[in-house]
Design a protein around this ligand. Sequence first.
Ligand code: CTP
Ligand code: MG
Length: 216
Amino acid sequence: MTVVGVVPAGGSGERLGANRPKAFVVLAGRPLLEWSVEVLATVCDRVVVAVPAGYEAGPDRVKGGASRSASVRAALAVAPEAAVAVVHDAARPLLTRDLVERCLLELREGDTDGVIAAAPVTDTIKEADVHGRVLRTLDRSVLWTVQTPQVFRAATLRNALDVGAETLAAATDDASLVEAAGGTIAVVEAPVENLKVTTATDLRLAETLLAWRVPS
Ligand code: CTP
Ligand code: MG
């Protein structure tokens, strides 16, 4: 069964505000992107990366799309051999092989169409109106913050991504598109270290966490 890593790395990194796209910002000596591609390559048969225009040079790179999900679709499109897709954001450089393997195991042994890395919510979550007035407090015990990796049977993901550009742009993860197409999804608990680099503070945090890593 061919497992293909799909890495959306085509964003501009506006909130990080560096002088280059976020995936190419250097973290602990190498581009952000390389940290997760290296891990994925130990588990996947091939890793395809969707990059911003002008960064396509190199093997298995494709030009990203106008939205994150459009980038996922562009990368998946060049890997017709994929039976399973492991989607992982370049913006999460602290990915571990263990997490990818646990997601793949659950996909293989479970009965859902997709499996996603997620962390149980630790803060209290409230819903507020546009004026900041609290409407209700949600039951935290059933809430998860969703991350990547997200793994799917490739045919299921291709089908879910076969929607218009507006629907793709509105999706903040791939599982929600699979859910909208009627698919089922399971969560696998991820370590909190699997953070997403959005701001300059996140980049410093990621650097600190990498420095703390025990060599394996
Ligand atoms: N991404 C992508 N193609 C896009 C937009 C985003 O492949 N058109 C990727 C980013 O490169 C990132 C992941 O999707 O790895 C998650 O997106 P985000 O963290 O929002 O990154 P950016 O869009 O680059 O950042 P910002 O929103 O601050 O501009
Ligand atoms: Mg973005």
